[in-house]
Ligand binder design. Structure first.
Ligand code: ADP
Ligand code: MG
Length: 514
């Protein structure tokens, strides 16, 4: 009886592990073809038929309709990676998948999951230390270019990389806003000192330029309260209707007047502005825009010292923000708001241009990553050679380290070291190279301490000094990818049971579903 129970438990454990390993490998398989400069893009189609074409691991996984709980956990790795480092999402997922594959081999050799977890943790910590040996000071321009390689942004990476470095050095990441506009060459993109907001005036008679702007920020509808709007009027009585309309107009004008008398000459509203109020504002030469994004409202508040107000009746001069110049400028077909000369003038904007919306969106994703990566590299100054070189180095060092560990966790450390080679192997594979041949060449190059920066020559095959090629990435991108992949692998390995037996069987039978 007890034997049967143990047997059943072991089976359940084995099934849970199989399912989880399968899920991890599938997700990794799905994104692996996008890794590196020669990686391919994915076209994501939603139920409404809308499409996104992207090479960005995080975007692919965020958009994919994933239902499997383990798969969701793995996708979480990409999110952490993206939030902390803006880049390296595909690498972290591929590494997680490979660690699980290695774990599968160890489980087959009857090594207990806890021992595997222990070995993986040990290896990851040791890797972090070894990685420090490789840090270099390199120019930020190379970091920016490397981050954009392999994306649609690549063909224009010189101009985009320069913009990237300019803005990353000029402002904190949170003070950089990126506006995307289709209808021009990527080369027309530019960094602009000041704040850009993708909005325009609500009434054509408003001024395009406001000097010495006094800016009111309101986060409620500029309209009358609901009960005043919806008051029932006896339609049989014409006078009553007219009186109602006239009264409403007066009330709305009075509301607009509250804003005007605070001294504001610009109003940015998070919500809607009633038409009658708009007309009154226009008549008094006030600029107003509605449905301004919350993030833009916050950016304006920060740059101009404005306070976001909900109580229109009590708005005062002290709530207003200031700017030397508030303008509506024309870029392509659509206008934009540009605010310059603000008291906290740290704000910098980037206007990204590309011929079509799809392209400008994808360039926007690549640029967002690149600017994040560059500010990361700028703030902590630590960088590494790319092209899989650091993974090769760590793999060699960990294999040496493993022999000092002993016991069963030694095998897990060795497996971890093997798993790291998946990054250069995948870079090679995606470039049409033979991954095994490339790994052999890389191992040879890395057998000496002088060539720790050798990685995959994705353009011509073979191996090459990545530093000489200017392929550089921030230390933290690589270190975070290794840490989060090993933590996720450990978390998944500790699961011995998935508690929905029926579903479990279904997954086992039908395979993993996206
Ligand atoms: P991730 O989402 O992991 O950032 P990417 O598709 O951006 O995935 O690929 C990043 C990998 O490509 C890194 O390992 C980086 O070092 C490598 N890489 C970038 N540019 C080059 C290059 N010119 N030659 C070789 N490898 C490169
Ligand atoms: Mg990348």
């Amino acid at each position: 009886m007890t034997e049967q129970v143990t047997d059943a438990n072991q089976k359940q454990q084995a099934t849970a592990q199989q399912v989880n390993i399968f899920a991890a490998k599938e997700i990794a398989n799905f994104v692996r073809s996008t890794l590196g400069p020669m990686g391919m893009d994915k076209m994501l189609v939603d139920q409404a038929g809308d499409t996104v074409v992207t090479n960005d691991g995080a975007t692919i996984l965020r958009t994919m309709n994933v239902t499997h709980p383990t798969a969701k956990m793995i996708i979480e790795v990409a999110r952490t990676q993206e939030e902390n480092c803006y880049d390296g999402t595909t690498s972290s997922i591929i590494l997680t998948g490979e660690l699980m594959k290695q774990a599968e081999g160890l489980l087959a050799k009857k090594i207990h999951p806890t021992m595997i977890v222990k070995g993986f943790k040990l290896a990851a910590n040791q890797a972090e230390e070894y990685l420090e040996n490789l840090t270099i000071d390199e120019d930020l321009l190379s970091v920016a270019k490397t981050a954009m390689t392999g994306k649609s942004a690549e063909t224009d990476k010189d101009v985009l990389a320069e913009i990237c470095v300019d803005v990353a050095q000029a402002a904190k990441l949170s003070d950089i806003s990126v506006i995307k506009r289709a209808g021009a060459k990527v080369g027309d993109s530019a960094a602009i000192a000041g704040l850009l907001i993708d909005k325009s005036m609500v009434h054509h008679a408003m001024p395009e330029t406001v000097q010495d702007a006094k800016i009111a920020l309101i986060d409620v509808d500029v309209t009358l309260p609901d009960f005043a709007q919806q008051m029932q009027v006896q339609v049989s009585n014409n006078d009553a209707v007219e009186e109602f309309i006239a009264k409403r107009k007066v009330q709305l004008q009075a509301l607009a007047e509250k804003v005007i008398s605070s001294g504001a000459n610009v109003l940015l509203c998070l919500r809607d502005i009633d038409k009658l109020a708009t007309e009154h504002l226009a008549k008094h030469g006030i600029y107003a825009a509605r449905r301004v994004a919350k993030s833009d409202m916050e950016a304006v508040a920060k740059a101009t010292n404005a306070r976001i107000v909900s109580d229109i009746d009590n708005i005062t001069a002290s709530d207003l923000g200031t700017a030397d110049l508030f303008q509506e400028v024309h870029v392509g077909d659509e206008p934009l708001i540009k605010i310059t000369g603000t008291p906290n003038s740290t704000a910098v904007s980037v206007l990204l241009r590309a011929p079509t919306k799809h392209v400008v969106d994808e360039i926007g994703r690549a640029f967002d990553d690149a600017v994040g990566v560059v500010s990361l590299a700028y703030s902590n100054g630590k960088m590494l050679a790319g092209g899989g070189s650091s993974f090769m180095y760590l793999s060699r060092m960990l294999k040496q380290f493993a022999s000092t560990v002993g016991g069963r966790s030694q095998m897990a450390v060795e497996a971890f070291a093997e798993a790291l080679e998946i990054i250069p192997a995948t870079l090679a594979e995606n470039s049409g190279l033979d991954p095994l041949d490339t790994l052999i060449e890389l191992r040879t190059a890395h057998s000496s301490d002088d060539s720790t920066t050798y990685g995959v020559n994705v353009y011509e095959g073979g191996v090459i000094d990545m530093l000489a090629e200017g392929v550089v990435e921030p230390f933290s991108v690589v270190s975070q990818a290794i840490q989060s992949a090993s933590e996720t692998a450990a978390m998944i390995l500790r699961i011995d049971n998935i508690i929905t037996a029926k579903k479990l069987a279904e997954i086992g039978e039908d395979g993993f579903q996206y």
